[in-house]
Each structure stands twice: as C-alpha cells, then as structure tokens.
Design a binder for this molecule. Structure first.
Ligand SMILES: [Zn+2]
Length: 154
C-alpha cells in the first residue's frame, strides 16, 4: 500500500513538493516510495481531483517509473502519459484529472513562481513562465480532453 503524505510548510520537503504539487518519491530516510502532496495544493482540489492526482502518482509507482529514471522526480512525457492513463482508468473518467491539471498550472503560476521569484516576478517573467507551463502541461491536457470527448460519445 502506497503511503500518502500531505506536506506542510514546516516540512523540509515542502519546497520540492510544492514545486510540483504532488510527487512520488523515496524519502531520504526511508526505503519505500511514497506519495507527497503539498497541503496548499491539496486544499485547492476537490475530493475527486485529489483522488485523481493520487491515482496518477500511483500509476508511476505501479509502472516502476522511479527505478526507471533513478530519481524521485519524473519529467519524462511518456511516463506522464502512462500515469495519466492509469489514473483515468482507475477514476473511470478523465474529468477530475483534467481539472486537477488545470489547477496544477494555476498553482504554479499563482503560488509557486510568484513566491519563489519574489521581486523578479514581473509581466515578462510571467509570460515566459506561462509558455513553459503550457508547453509541459498542454500535451497531457490535449490527451485528456480527447479522452473526455470520447467518453461523452459513448
Ligand atoms: Zn507524473
């Protein structure tokens, strides 16, 4: 059973977890991978969105992506697609994962980056950040939208 940890601001892991909202990783002092979710991100999600996010991270675990990349942080797009597919299967719909991904983007743009960059966060940086965030998330959003569309056809 995968452990799920909600990480608060006092936790040393907070910064890394906050940066992505949710991660599957092996804690430095532990042996087993676990799911870590930033509390502020979790609080922004509905119950079902949170379940979808957990299912996505579980998808990384089930497919053994951690060992495949040798790190707690997964950036490989194929892995993201695979974990999304697992979550959609488990949730029975793409709906909640899709809305959770939109919230991930908002969390990055409205919380993580402004707080991290402080005075350096201006319109120009915001525009670049928006482009990068979209570049990372849009392929997943497009796939989930297509999935949702096919759900509505059946
Ligand atoms: Zn992922």
């Amino acid at each position: 059973m995968l452990e799920i940890n909600i990480v608060d601001i006092e936790d040393p892991l907070h910064e890394i977890v906050r940066s992505g909202g949710a991660f599957l990783m092996v804690p430095v002092d532990g042996d087993d991978p676990a799911i870590f979710i930033c509390r502020r991100f979790a609080d922004a999600l509905t119950q079902d969105e949170l379940r979808a996010v957990v299912a996505h991270e579980e998808g990384h675990y089930v497919a053994d992506h951690l060992n495949a990349v040798g790190s707690g942080i997964h950036t490989n797009q194929e892995f993201e697609f695979a974990a999304d597919d697992y979550a959609v299967e488990k949730m029975g719909s793409a709906k909640d994962l899709l809305s959770a991904i939109y919230k991930t983007a908002e969390f990055t743009m409205n919380v993580v980056l402004p707080e991290t960059l402080g005075d350096d966060w201006d319109d120009e940086v915001r525009a670049v950040a928006r482009e990068l965030t979209d570049a990372v998330l849009n392929p997943r959003i497009d796939r989930l939208k297509a999935r949702l569309h096919s759900e509505s056809q059946t």
